[in-house]
Design a protein around this ligand. Structure first.
Ligand SMILES: [Zn+2]
Length: 112
């Protein structure tokens, strides 16, 4: 893919994340209010849903930051270059995760 196509992907994903985090809690509230209110089991599951929502938000925030960084690298002309080893990141990896900062080899090293 061309760099401009990655930019489009990144902007789309950013819009999705920004729109998604604002819209989701409203929907959860509506679902929780419909039907069996005051049920102990429902209250318990509601707490879990809040937990999941918070976790999702933390992940979203990390991805958003990575997307902002990737957009800046596109402007700087360094997009698609691994932050750690300086080698080009494989197209297949960029297609899957356009906001990634490191190549697959360095990612594997991070895990080890
Ligand atoms: Zn690397």
């Amino acid at each position: 893919m061309e760099v401009e196509q990655y930019r489009t992907q990144l902007l789309l994903k950013r819009g999705e994340l920004l729109g998604g985090t604002a819209a989701k809690p409203l929907q959860w509230t509506m679902e929780n209010n419909s039907g069996r209110q005051g049920d102990m089991a429902d209250q318990a599951s509601g707490t879990n849903e809040v937990h999941i929502q918070l976790k999702l938000k933390q992940t979203d925030a990390k991805i958003l930051q990575a997307i902002e960084d990737a957009l800046r690298r596109i402007d700087e002309g360094t997009y698609g270059i691994c932050r750690d080893c300086g080698e080009p990141i494989a197209d297949a990896r960029l297609d899957a995760i356009p906001w990634t900062r490191v190549c697959i080899a360095c990612k594997e090293k991070q895990k080890a």
